[in-house]
Design a protein around this ligand. Structure first.
Ligand SMILES: Nc1ncnc2c1ncn2[C@@H]1O[C@H](COP(=O)(O)OS(=O)(=O)O)[C@@H](OP(=O)(O)O)[C@H]1O
Ligand SMILES: Nc1ncnc2c1ncn2[C@@H]1O[C@H](COP(=O)(O)OP(=O)(O)O)[C@@H](O)[C@H]1O
Length: 212
């Protein structure tokens, strides 16, 4: 049973006249814990590494347990919040900072913000982490470390084929940089696992950190 569920049950314990004040305080503490148990879970990795798939699999599991979850998908964000941005180093940095800003707001209000976004530059990811640290908001970095050889075979959106055909340049991990995280909280080798196993490993990490 998650801490969240346990807290809800405790809050419903029948009060006694003498225990009312103590219980009110305990309930307030539990509610505060509920609100602050959000986190940002950033899944960084190459296109087709499995970031989005793992995020949605994990989201389903967490929602089934009553958690509030948002998936800040890179493609959706680029359609709205980051409309007009391209894939230059500067634009990717701006995109990542915007997403980090929104994720932190959600997370500090009790939401588990799952972020399947490439975020290829270490300094961009560090800035997002620092924003979370400054606000004491939990931040977890997952490197979905699927090798480019596997990603290019999966090629979910046909980007690797386009790059190979000369129709696209600046593809992350091929002819554009991807700076691997040196010390992620978790590294997933998705080529050796099922989607469920990958999502379960993130879930286990969140449980270990008291976030799920
Ligand atoms: N040149 C190039 N390089 C990398 N990715 C590209 C490119 N052009 C389009 N796409 C597609 O854009 C999707 C969203 O990218 P992100 O916002 O996650 O990228 S970034 O963090 O700003 O670098 C990203 O989604 P995912 O495949 O889910 O990673 C890509 O499919
Ligand atoms: N263990 C795994 N975790 C995530 N995806 C996997 C795994 N094994 C195979 N896949 C497949 O790899 C592809 C990953 O695509 P996607 O999640 O869109 O990648 P990304 O969001 O990183 O671009 C999907 O077709 C998915 O079914």
């Amino acid at each position: 049973m998650s801490a969240h569920t346990a807290g809800t049950e405790a809050a419903h314990t029948a009060p006694t006249a003498a225990g009312a004040t103590a219980e009110t305080e305990a309930t307030a503490e539990i509610q505060e814990n509920d609100v602050t148990s959000g986190a940002t879970v950033w899944l960084t990795g190459l296109p087709s590494a499995g970031k989005t798939t793992i995020a949605h699999e994990l989201a389903g599991r967490l929602r089934a347990e009553g958690r509030r979850v948002e998936v800040l998908d890179g493609d959706e964000i680029r359609e709205f919040l980051s409309a007009g941005l391209g894939f230059s180093r500067e634009d990717r940095h701006t995109n990542v900072q915007r997403i980090g800003f929104v994720a932190e707001l959600l997370a500090r209000n009790g939401v588990l913000a799952l972020v399947p976004v490439i975020a290829p530059y270490a300094d961009s990811r560090d800035a997002v982490r620092k924003r979370h640290e400054a606000n004491r908001t939990p931040y977890v970095e997952i490197h979905v470390a699927t090798p480019v050889e596997v990603c290019s075979v999966r090629d979910v959106k046909g980007l690797y084929a386009k790059q190979a055909a000369g129709e696209l340049t600046g593809l992350t991990g091929v002819d554009d940089p991807y700076e691997e995280p040196e010390t992620p909280d978790l590294r997933i080798e998705s080529q050796n696992q099922t989607v469920q196993e990958s999502a379960a490993s993130v879930y286990a990490l969140l449980t270990e950190k008291g976030l799920a």
